[in-house]
Design a protein around this ligand. Structure first.
Ligand code: ADE
Length: 361
């Protein structure tokens, strides 16, 4: 194992010359660091940038996040996926308003206790925003350290992550905790990259790296293969009248909990089965058209979708979104097509079909 302490000076020097200019690195307030780190958990830096700017522009403080209506919040998150991340942020923001005057406290344990904040995010906020000596070990850092140490332990194990966190903790340089953590992250993102050849010739740690010395960079890090995804067949309906289209609210628990969706059913239905379902909803179908199949991949499930566009007679007023209490009830409701994209956040899983709202049948 390399003596990790030796990495500090070359890493910081490299970071000073190579760090990307990123919006959240300007004015790294606790709130900005928090929002960016949550967005970056499952999404690439380039994709996060516009979302970050828009989110901070519309909800510039913890207090505004705490008070945002859920639909607006989900709309700001639309396209990033994993919506529980933003729901947890709002729960945490409400706690911060109630207990800490709407500010993130400079207290690592208090930060770690907030919903949706694990040791990585707490460490990132503590070190980048408050300059505290705390590690922030994400997937990038785990990859860098596994290679550096030529360590074949499974990085998906909590115990392995904790060991790496302790090792980083011991070498964080005084006064540069945030830069040091980000230098490890940045090295993983730009040089010690996953999926393909790392750029060892450009690496400030090339001479210290155990994996490079033996030419085994590509064998590391070790991860247990994830469980196979379950495949679910579904039939998705683009149900439209002249100027309205149908949505439905998903159950409060489980996959895409509480989000709006296009009506859909389990299995691959034929035209007759779809028409029977539409009639059961109290609607009168005028015509039906098959749409191209589509696929959406979640972390544990794949949806293999068949689609139909069904034109129906104008629905009854009690099926309109504006009808008192309508949206909270189970079942389908109709929304003006114009209003739909501004107001409702529809998960990306349905994006192969939402574009048909704009077409005439
Ligand atoms: N990925 C996760 N956190 C990051 C950060 N602070 N800077 C760049 N990429 C990141």
């Amino acid at each position: 194992m390399v003596y990790l302490q030796e990495t500090v000076t070359p890493l910081l020097a490299w970071y000073d010359g190579h760090a990307r200019v990123l919006p959240w690195r300007e004015h790294p307030s606790p709130y900005r660091v928090w929002v960016s780190e949550i967005m970056l958990q499952q999404t690439r830096v380039e994709a996060v940038k516009p979302y970050f700017e828009r989110f901070i522009g519309e909800l510039p403080s913890i207090r505004e996040l705490a008070e945002a209506p859920e639909d607006r919040l989900l709309k700001l998150w639309e396209g990033l996926g994993y919506y529980n991340r933003v729901r947890n942020m709002q729960k945490a923001a409400r706690i911060l308003v109630e207990e800490y005057g709407g500010e993130m406290p400079a207290d690592y344990d208090a930060i770690l206790s907030l919903p949706g904040i694990g040791s990585y995010t707490a460490g990132a906020i503590a070190s980048i925003a408050f300059g505290m000596s705390r590690p922030a070990v994400d997937g990038n850092v785990l990859r860098v350290l596994s290679r550096l140490e030529k360590n074949y332990e499974d990085i998906l194990k909590q115990s392995v992550r904790r060991k790496f966190e302790q090792e980083v903790q011991e070498i964080i340089p005084k006064g540069r905790a945030g830069d040091f953590n980000q230098s490890l992250i940045e090295l993983g993102a730009l040089v010690c990259v996953p999926n393909g050849a790392p750029r060892c010739g450009e690496c400030p740690l090339e001479k210290l790296c155990g994996a490079h010395a033996e030419g085994v960079e590509l064998e590391l890090p070790k991860k247990t293969p994830p469980a196979k995804r379950k495949i679910e067949d579904r039939t998705v309906l683009v149900l439209v009248s002249d100027n309205k289209a149908a949505l439905r609210k998903r159950p409060a628990k489980g996959l895409l909990a509480g989000l709006y969706e296009l009506p859909n059913l389990e299995g691959r239905l034929d035209r007759e089965e779809v028409l029977a379902f539409v009639k059961e909803q109290g609607l009168s179908p005028i015509r039906i058209q098959e749409l191209p199949a589509a696929k959406h991949i979640f972390s544990h499930i794949e949806w293999h979708m068949a689609g139909y566009a069904v034109k129906v007679e104008e629905p009854e007023p009690e099926q309109f979104a504006e009808h008192p209490g309508r949206r909270e009830k189970d079942g389908i409701f109709f929304v003006e097509k114009r209003q739909m994209e501004e107001t409702f956040s529809i998960p990306a899983a349905f994006s192969a079909y939402t574009r048909y709202f704009r077409e005439r049948f």
